[in-house]
Design a protein around this ligand. Structure first.
Ligand SMILES: Nc1ncnc2c1ncn2[C@@H]1O[C@H](COP(=O)(O)OP(=O)(O)OP(=O)(O)O)[C@@H](O)[C@H]1O
Length: 352
């Protein structure tokens, strides 16, 4: 009974009934009970943050704060003061004392997203606080003790990073106590109709619409690779709903039929290494969804997606303070994909 209630509580936000998701739910219900550090692994957009929140909400710390930090979004100096806080006058802009996120998360949970991106010297500082649960604010000698449960997440291959000496082995072992793998959307395609229906419902509510999916639209979605996972599905549903031509969303309303499915274009077999052309083949599955009635798919026979132009990418990067991970999100790309686009367009990253 207790377990059923727990499942209900999680499923409010974490939609999905595939075997992969059910297994993940079972595991997270178990790990929620302990204070153990949890490492969430999985591609960008698979729902790692939702899983972290679910663990917190099912844990004895549920009534305490859940604090999130994106380790990739800040420089080392900013990350240090963000996590540990600083004393008044510790550096030029430190006009007043500021508590850090470790203090804010005391008795609760701290979610360290994109932990694989932190610098070598900061890894050492983080290791200490994870081991000892104590630290000093920047500019202070006073040691502060906290009781924080840490959940970390990464989409990076940490084992290779350890081998290359880019990630400390001791920190790797410290965070890798319990690892939960969040499956890619293509590994749980059965959840696509449910997720898409929810995203369309959200769109309808927000925009006072009553759009529905025609069965052929669900077929298009079921056949897409979704390299950007659930985030991309959500964007795809929104984009299609905004541009839909009638009350029922049809196959022809999708970007892949209008030569505009960028994510699919960038994905085929992962980001291409060849720099020969400015266009690359989209995922065949997305470009030409199978049709149940045996007809040829409607839409261009050789749909090609385009890599976003330099102006678009620069505008997105400017808007996001030149933080790649944020700009990737804005453009609906994965971090790997935006790295590819930046290289392809010869855009030099500004260090602010
Ligand atoms: N099971 C789910 N049910 C409903 N929505 C979901 C589910 N999983 C993820 N989402 C939605 O997908 C989007 C991406 O999820 P989230 O930010 O948790 O992914 P992530 O793996 O943490 O991504 P990143 O690695 O890029 O930070 C969010 O809008 C989230 O609400």
């Amino acid at each position: 009974m207790g377990c059923q209630m727990e499942r209900k509580k999680i499923s409010k936000e974490m939609l999905g009934d595939s075997q992969a998701l059910r297994k993940l739910r079972e595991h997270l219900v178990k790990v929620a009970k302990a204070k153990t550090t949890v490492l969430l692994r999985g591609e960008s957009g698979t729902g790692k943050e939702l899983v972290a929140k679910a663990i917190h909400e099912l844990s004895p710390r549920a009534k305490q704060p859940f604090i999130k930090v994106n380790c990739a979004a800040l420089t080392e100096t900013l990350l240090e003061s963000d996590l540990f806080g600083h004393e008044k006058g510790a550096f030029t802009d430190a006009s007043s004392l500021r508590k850090g996120r470790f203090e804010a998360a005391d008795k609760g949970t701290l979610f360290l997203d994109e932990i694989g991106e932190i610098s070598g010297s900061f890894q050492a500082k983080l290791l200490r606080v994870l081991q000892e649960q104590e630290f000093e604010r920047v500019g202070s000698n006073h040691t502060i003790k906290v009781d924080v449960r840490v959940i970390a997440a990464t989409n990076r291959d940490l084992e290779t990073a350890v081998q290359r000496k880019e990630f400390r082995q001791d920190l790797y072992y410290r965070i890798n106590v319990v690892t939960l793998r969040v499956p890619a959307l293509r590994e749980r395609r059965g959840d696509i109709p449910l997720l898409a229906a929810q995203f369309l419902k959200n769109f309808n509510t927000e925009n006072d619409h009553t759009l529905t999916f025609a069965p052929e639209a669900i077929e298009v979605l079921m056949n897409c690779e979704f390299p950007g996972n659930i985030r991309e599905l959500e964007n795809c549903v929104q984009r299609t709903a905004v541009l839909a031509t009638g009350p029922s969303i049809l196959r022809t309303d999708f970007a892949c039929y209008a030569d505009q499915c960028l994510a699919a274009a960038l994905w085929k077999n992962g980001p291409p290494t060849s720099e020969k052309s400015t266009t690359i083949e989209p995922s065949a599955a997305c470009a030409a969804p199978p049709v149940g009635d045996g007809q040829a798919p409607i839409g261009p026979a050789t749909t090609r997606g385009r890599v976003p132009d330099a102006d678009t990418v620069i505008a997105a990067m400017e808007k996001c303070g030149w933080v790649q991970a944020k700009a990737a999100r804005l453009l609906g790309l994965t971090p790997r994909q935006i790295g590819y686009v930046l290289r392809k367009r010869g855009i030099e990253i500004k260090r602010l």
